[in-house]
Design a protein around this ligand. Structure first.
Ligand code: CAO
Length: 521
């Protein structure tokens, strides 16, 4: 293509159809060689694709969510003639596992995807060196990519366990680091080494020493980590606005300016920080083993992602939960009857598909529940994709039934079973969990009466359902009958919905369940 230079995804090993999770450039940007263009994330690693050359971006060909493989054009640079250039990926492996008694840590090669027996081509440190978290320790080079393995913690290098030319895979010990609370804190508080060109720390950074562990665990790519170091920002306290809570360049810049970024939701081990300008107490650091035997198990990847999302949603959305109940006596009889009729077809109906239909009916009547906030604008969606919370061995997932308004109850039941199975087997694809307009979280098969479900942003409401139970009802206080009663807990975003609308939504939802003929109205 004359006048444009295609910049393509380079050889990224066995990775294929990898989603773009961040785009760092826009048309008109002047980029230098090695400036990151996009970030890709497979289930194994995050890769930033740096620019192979200097240039001015004419157009950005990919967008967040696109799946790319080797050879996909990412951006086009302005140029004199038809040229092509391939970037070289910088793979940001997750922080290396460390195993250690207090004060000494063995740093190992982290999960580096499908790469195995990769030669060490460079060792950046020697015994006696002080390293900070994220400082590169070694470089590995396969025939596909060059990878730098960063230090997961601050400390002093005690012993190097490998040499240039050694072939390593995940788990190989790289070096032994003298570390521990004292070392980490001292190192974090230390001024940057003379080689560093870091500008003076921002006021935010001066307010406290960087929590190196939280920094190492923060969900961000190498370029963002580098920027955070340069600006003196404690990544552990930054809220990520990217996919799955990934921290972006703007989040770090906003935080450095003392901006609106609320505290980074942390998955269990760390927390605290400021929320909306209010400083919270630091998360207590307790040596639990002092009080009795303990086992430690790092949260799995899905749990970490959902923890970050749940925390953000809980902190950012002003939740209110309205409780109500539905009389499902007749519905239950109908369900049992239909299950008998459908027995031969292999379809089994639980209450949930009926609730999906009731949700669609209520969403059609109250469209602001099927909307999302885009700044100060409310986006009403003319499609009804209903998510349902599924409990899986890896944690909570929310598969989505698309166009639930157009599907029959048996079709919804079949699709739900298939999606729940995929989720439990860890085979569900990201696009099967995207695009939801409203969610249902059912604990009905387990128990409980009421709870507060957390809204699945950018949705504005979620219906929580517990186990149906027999309850005495009376219309006049004189005659009493037993009715099968379903407890409902609707959480709603008070920025969009008010209490009266929520109460009406619940009443309509319950009325539809009590008499499904109302779906027709
Ligand atoms: N009241 C009474 N019984 C109920 C019920 C309710 N509200 N909801 C389900 N049941 C019954 C079902 O009818 C079924 O009974 P039978 O086997 O006799 O027919 C039994 O409980 C088990 O149902 P199920 O859980 O297998 O099926 P489901 O369609 O109700 O739910 C799924 C499917 C995937 C949503 C569910 O298995 C699940 O994962 N639930 C957990 C969701 C969750 O974790 N929510 C919390 C999120 S917040 O952390």
């Amino acid at each position: 293509m004359s006048g444009l230079i295609d910049i393509k995804v380079p050889d990224i090993g066995d990775f294929k159809d990898v989603p773009v999770i961040e785009v760092f450039v826009k048309p008109g940007d002047r980029v230098k060689a090695e400036d990151p263009l996009v970030a890709l994330e497979s289930d194994k690693a995050t890769m930033e694709v740096p620019s192979p050359r200097e240039g001015v971006v004419k157009s950005v060909v990919v967008k967040i969510g696109d799946k790319v493989s080797e050879g996909t054009v990412i951006v086009q640079f302005e140029g004199a003639g038809a040229e092509q250039a391939e970037a070289r990926p910088v793979v940001s492996a997750p922080p290396s596992p460390v195993s250690a008694p207090a004060g000494v840590a063995e740093v190992r090669v982290p999960d580096i995807g499908d790469f195995k027996d990769v030669p060490v081509i460079e060792i950046f440190v020697k015994p006696g060196d002080s390293v900070k978290a994220e400082d590169p320790l070694i470089a590995l080079e396969s025939d596909k990519a060059t990878m730098e393995v960063p230090a997961p913690l601050s400390g002093t290098v005690r012993e190097i366990k490998l040499k240039i030319g050694d072939k390593v895979s995940e788990g190989a010990v790289i070096l032994v680091l003298a570390t521990g609370e004292g070392a980490a804190a001292a190192s974090a508080a230390a001024t940057p080494t003379p080689a560093s060109t870091a500008p003076a720390a921002s006021p935010v950074a001066q307010a406290g020493a960087v929590d190196e562990k939280a920094f190492a665990l923060a969900y961000a790519g190498p370029a963002v980590r580098k920027l955070a170091r340069e600006l003196g920002v404690d990544l552990g306290k930054v809220t990520g606005s990217g996919n799955h809570g990934r921290i972006q360049r703007e989040d770090v810049e906003a935080f450095a300016k003392g901006g609106a970024a609320p505290s980074k939701p942390q998955a269990a081990s760390a927390g605290g920080g400021g929320v909306g300008g209010i400083d919270l107490l630091p998360w207590p650091k307790i040596d639990f083993a002092k009080f009795g035997p303990v086992d430690r198990k790092e949260l799995g990847r899905i749990k970490k992602i959902s923890a970050a999302n749940l925390h953000r949603n809980w902190v950012v959305i002003p939740h209110v939960t309205t409780h109500d109940e539905a009389d499902i006596t007749e519905l239950e009889q109908f369900r049992v009857k239909m299950n008998k009729e459908l027995e031969k077809s292999g379809v089994k109906l639980s209450l949930l598909p009926f609730m999906v239909k009731a949700a669609v009916a209520a969403l059609k009547k109250f469209p602001e529940f099927n909307a999302s906030l885009d700044g100060d604008t409310l986006v009403y969606k003319n499609y009804w994709h209903i998510g349902f919370a599924a409990d899986t061995p890896n944690g909570l997932m929310v598969p989505v039934i698309r166009d639930a308004d157009k599907k029959s109850i048996p079709d919804i039941a079949n699709e739900m079973n298939a999606l729940a199975k995929l989720a439990r087997e860890g085979k569900i694809k990201p696009d099967q969990m995207q695009g939801g307009t409203f969610s249902i979280s059912s604990l009905g098969g387990i128990g409980g009466i009421y709870f507060t479900p957390i809204i699945n942003a950018p949705e504005v409401a979620i219906m929580g359902v517990c186990k149906g139970y027999w309850k005495q009802h009376s219309a006049d206080g004189k005659t009493w009958t037993s009715r099968l009663t379903l407890p409902l807990s609707l959480s709603w975003d008070h920025r969009v919905i008010d209490g009266a609308a929520a109460a009406r939504f619940n009443v309509h939802f319950a009325n539809v369940l009590a008499d499904l003929r109302r779906v027709l109205f």
